[in-house]
Design a protein around this ligand. Structure first.
Ligand code: HEM
Length: 133
């Protein structure tokens, strides 16, 4: 029995389609750079620049979180989204700015509309665990 390319692609996990661990790391690096340039949210991240080891740890956690959510093999050992963002009083506009940075980075890296839509759906599902928790 023959299968179409579309059917074959649909069986490949989002993790693989994002380029596995290395591809996700590129998205996270670009996303953090974009956050630092984004006037809506950069003040949230600038204080961490004094502590590069902490930045690296947070990036590793964000990579592991994305990998887990995209169907990757590894565990996520960071905090849950409510714990990670508790007390920050994140506003809707800040959440949208962060999502825009992630999708803009994916577009710049050449990820297809399909993968961007899947990541958007994943992020949207986390909204209530991040805004004003
Ligand atoms: C868009 C969806 C978001 C996702 C999926 C997400 C995910 C994460 C993850 C996985 C961590 C690491 C947790 C850990 O190290 O235990 C983290 C940390 C952090 N997030 Fe988010 N985040 C999102 C939105 C935001 C927004 C909108 C802001 C602020 C404008 C924000 C600010 C932070 C900060 C400052 C940290 C570091 C906290 C610390 O360890 O001191 N995040 N986020």
């Amino acid at each position: 029995m023959t299968t179409t390319i579309a059917e074959q692609l649909s069986t490949v996990s989002l993790y693989e389609r994002l380029g596995a661990s290395a591809g996700i790391r590129r998205i996270v690096d670009g996303m953090v750079d974009a956050h630092l340039e984004n006037p809506v949210i950069r003040a949230r991240f600038q204080p961490y620049l004094n502590d590069p080891e902490r930045v690296e740890e947070i990036k590793r956690h964000i990579c592991a979180f994305f990998e887990m959510r995209a169907g990757g093999p590894g565990p996520y050992r960071g905090r849950c989204m409510v714990e990670a963002h508790r007390g920050m009083n994140i506003a809707e506009a800040e959440y949208v700015a962060a999502v825009d940075d992630i999708l803009g980075t994916m577009r710049a890296l050449g990820h297809r509309e399909e993968e961007r839509a899947e990541v958007l759906a994943m992020l949207y599902g986390l909204k209530d665990e991040i805004i004003r928790v």
